[in-house]
Write a protein that binds this ligand. Structure first.
Ligand SMILES: [Zn+2]
Length: 367
């Protein structure tokens, strides 16, 4: 965002709708009530501080080690630095929308989607989402977990994909999906967890099947996902991993909307070992840190999202050779704990609203 645009944003926040109308070609609604300078007029759309995303002991948010992102493509897949799930500092008041405000605060404090046409804006790890749709928390063949996080929002294409995958799951022998995080109501960076999941095109799906009953709200917060790894962390545990896990991931991978799927390298190894002759789908299944409690599905930029930046195409081949070996070496359990770093690393300054695509300001200001 240029300084000029940043100025316009401030002006828009203060003088809406006079200036706001000049900012965009979208049919713009009234302001969302995002208080420019005072929380007194805070609208119902905003989460009260006490309802902010809480910490959970969820192992599904396995963090990527910060300083060791191995390959350029992987850095784009999910940039390093994803912190462990931790409680955001409770803030007394809503953060005013300014160009230099931390984007994760601004997007993390909005509880409802932007009432605009559905659009994914920016890149998977640097952007936002207009016109998000919620995945209903209960379907015949799925249940959404960790409801307090309010991250069951996605582009309608992602919601359609999840419903498709869930509906077909029982025929694979998988009762239904336990669905983890998608995106926040307006996408954007999060106060805790993921580096990606910002534009409504990423979803985490547990590697634990849905039970044959509705989970309570408390269970959905507290139930732990199960790691598929054995004690070496270099292979799947045959008492946990089944051929149905493989069928479910394959089903997701063959969906034409799906761009990539991230799994732990040991899971990719098992998929490579058991795929047989039909191997084309393996290309989309990418090894990555974490992802042994859940797999992560990323869909392509949807039609009608001209500002959505897709990722480089996945390399050709099934990805079962050298690249996988390198990943297995990187993620191997260390024999000795690594030495403590000499100096604590300086935390990076947070991504500001100005660092996101320009349209993300309209997404925040929209009704
Ligand atoms: Zn994910």
């Amino acid at each position: 965002m240029s300084n000029r645009t940043a100025g316009a944003l401030l002006a828009a926040a203060l003088l809406w709708p006079v200036v706001g109308l000049a900012l965009t070609a979208e049919p713009l609604p009234k302001p969302a009530g995002v208080a420019p300078s005072s929380a007194a007029s805070g609208p119902p759309a905003m989460l009260a501080p006490s309802a902010a995303t809480p910490a959970t002991a969820a192992p599904i948010a396995a963090a990527a080690p910060a300083a060791t992102t191995p390959a350029a493509t992987a850095a784009d897949d999910m940039p390093a630095g994803t912190p462990p799930e931790a409680a955001p500092a409770p803030s007394a008041a809503l953060v005013p929308i300014t160009a230099n405000a931390p984007a994760k605060q601004l997007f993390g404090q909005v509880a409802t989607p932007a009432n605009l046409a559905a659009r994914s804006i920016g890149f998977y790890s640097r952007g936002c989402l207009a016109g998000a749709k919620a995945l209903p928390v209960d379907g015949q063949t799925w249940q959404v977990m960790r409801l307090k996080r309010n991250r069951n929002w996605g582009h309608p294409d992602l919601i359609a994909f999840l419903e498709r995958l869930a509906n077909g799951a029982p025929r694979l022998g998988w009762r239904g999906l336990l669905v983890g995080d998608l995106s926040q109501p307006r996408g954007g960076p999060m106060l805790t967890g993921h580096a990606s999941h910002q534009i409504g095109l990423d979803a985490d799906i547990w590697l634990t099947p849905m039970p044959d009953r509705r989970l309570s709200t408390t269970e959905r917060e507290e139930l732990s996902a199960v790691s598929m790894l054995d004690e070496t962390e270099g292979a799947v545990d045959p008492t946990k991993w089944t051929s149905v896990h493989a069928r479910l991931i394959k089903r997701a991978a063959v969906d034409s909307r799906v761009e990539r799927i991230f799994v732990h390298p040991a899971i990719k190894r098992e998929l490579c070992r058991t795929a047989g002759g039909d191997r084309n789908w393996l290309r989309k299944v990418r090894p990555y840190w974490g992802h042994h409690y859940h797999f992560h599905v990323r869909i392509k930029c949807p039609r009608g999202s001209p500002d959505c930046h897709g990722q480089d195409p996945v390399p050709s081949g099934d990805g079962c050779g050298d690249e996988l070996q390198q990943w297995l070496a990187r993620t191997a359990k260390p024999v000795e704990p690594p030495p403590a770093p000499a100096k604590p690393e300086k935390p990076k300054p947070p991504v500001t609203l100005a660092a996101l695509p320009d349209s993300c300001q309209q997404v925040l200001l929209a009704n």
